[in-house]
Each structure stands twice: as C-alpha cells, then as structure tokens.
Design a protein. Sequence first.
Length: 57
Amino acid sequence: MQKFLAPFLKVLWLRMSISDAHRGPAAYHTKLSMDKARVVRRWLIWIYLGNELVEQG
C-alpha cells in the first residue's frame, strides 16, 4: 500500500510547494502558508504511519 501511495504523495507535496513558490517569496513566508505546510506534513506522516501499521499487522 505504501509503495502505491508514495509517488502520489510526492507529487502532491511538490505541487503544493510549487504553487506556494509561484505566489512569490513574500507570500511563501507568511504564517498561513507555514501553517498549511505543517498541517499537510502532519497529515502525510499519519497516512504513512497508518500504512506501516496496516502492513505489519
């Protein structure tokens, strides 16, 4: 399952980084984009850990 999701998550992560970068350096460093990145990172980590547990169980 993890091998199946990994490329998709990588593309999603890159796409979000790129869309933030396109708005310019000022917008990129706003608290809002940092909060969004933190939430998404946490979400990706939970998906990753969940898949690990499912595979082990």
